[in-house]
Design a protein around this ligand. Sequence first.
Ligand code: M6R
Length: 612
Amino acid sequence: MCGIIAYIGKQKAVPILLEGLRQLEYRGYDSAGISVIQKEKIITLKAVGKVVELQNKIGERDFSGKIGIAHTRWATHGKPSDKNSHPHGDCEGNIFLVHNGIIENYQELKNILIKKKHKFLSETDSEVLAHLIEDFNKTLNFKKSVLEALKLVRGTYGLAIINKNEPDKIIIARNGSPLILGIGKDEFIVASDASAVVRHTDKVIYLGDNELAEITADDFEISNIKNKIISKKISKLNWTVEESKKGGFSHFMLKEIFQQPEVIGNGLRGRVERFLLEESVPMLGGLRMVEKRLRKIKKIVIVACGTSYYSGLVGEYMLEEYAGIPTEVEYASEFRYRKPILDSSTAVVAISQSGETADTLAAIREAKNKGALTLGIVNVVGSTIARETDAGTHTLSGPEIGVASTKAFTTQLVVLALWTLMLGRQRSMSNVMSKRIAQELKKIPKLIEGILKKSKEIQKIAKKYSSAKDFLYLGRKYNFPIALEGALKIKEISYVHAEGYATGEMKHGPIALIDENFPSIFICPKDSVYEKNISGMQEIKARGGKIIAIATVGDKEIARIADDVIYIPKTLEMLTPFVSVIPLQLFAYYFGVAKGYDVDKPRNLAKSVTVE
Ligand code: M6R
């Protein structure tokens, strides 16, 4: 949600900032802006639309400034426009800042500042910060002014600020919105996520909440909000530059769909093998320190949003059926306001690709306050959720740039399946059962490779239905969450109406929608609920509805009922979501592309939702 980049060093700042903005664009892309300190002046340029618009505005102009800040926006307060774009300035044009997050008490602060004759240009909450700092800067130095201003602020922020009166530095600060300080050779790069830093350095400091850094071209100093200097660990980024490129694919989303055999393999390697041995209870690395507590867990509550929530729903089926632990899955945004009943025998599991989703983070904090064990299933190493949970397992899917989650989902399923084996073995799962599941899990990458080879066939089916304005996605048991995920994918990137339903629920209402123009997508592998799904299909058919079926290879009966069939390979029922979701990802992708949309950056969305 909004991308921030800042540069200070020996090189010209503008090309570095623009490159950084291109990398960060997936975090928000309705407008972009840049401020650079040049010859004791601050030059600011902004443009509505994607980063390329800003680049066009800059054109051939050569900026020599070596200190600058930049921002790509996902609007919260005020529509996308030049005046609402960041960087925002103070009255005199001395102080400029970029902000990610929400200042909740901005109106209150704005009213006070207006009374003090401050002139506001935008409708944003962020501009208030520039004026507030300006106010303190009349009597205090730059750093102290920022500290005093932040004391008055309620809300979340990742901030990078420059000041014409102290033109040799950038100040950055964080509360609730991620900020990374990259430490290069003779230069520092600050960004809201690693993708913009990795080209310059792999040495980073993750700024914590209520921390601020004062950065000059040769040095930096980190303090807390009380102005106490603190020392922080330098971490190593685990991303490569190559991973942040499209690698010959037309979109990141397609690249990420095709990466799934590889990243699922990475998630399994060195982990799944231990369930094939005769060991008593294999433990996954990141959970070892909570092993004893895990044995005593009586209930699991999974908290997550969007696609991560749907992987949690698959996890609920797995954990209850094979580990025998009562499991609930909650929207993180609801959990925190619901007064959940938790104690030390509950494990609250946050599932998050980014590890920065504000609602999921808040849910985990709430769970911690109530004494629950908090665990994370997170992709981004070093992210806030990864750091704040008691223990967890990384999903190892590598950077996911496409706004629509694909490989993040299936690698979350990998971890959920491994946790099921581990928690199951701690309880009553036999060694024979855990071996059987582990053996089948190992085959998943190859099975997905087989489905990906059929992408052209799926593309044809997507084209055939390209005039549809609605879809009903249906599935049962393990594939009910896949129906939800399939519907979310097509909504996100194709802007068509789609609903995911449990097949059994369809006759209680949604069937009223069905006619020849409202196709249904049935996820109907040969599993324990196959017959029930077939009955649902017949009910749709009887009402003239078109059917696309996702079915197990060799199922001839289904071809007689459905209008189109996409076959998936056979696997254990518990593992069918790994293979059934792939055709739905491809279907949504090709459907969106056929409509001419930018599937990597769907309208109104942003990759990482760091506001409530
Ligand atoms: O980073 P997270 O996994 O916490 O993100 C949660 C959702 O915002 C995310 O899954 C979203 O629904 C995706 N755009 C889905 O494709």
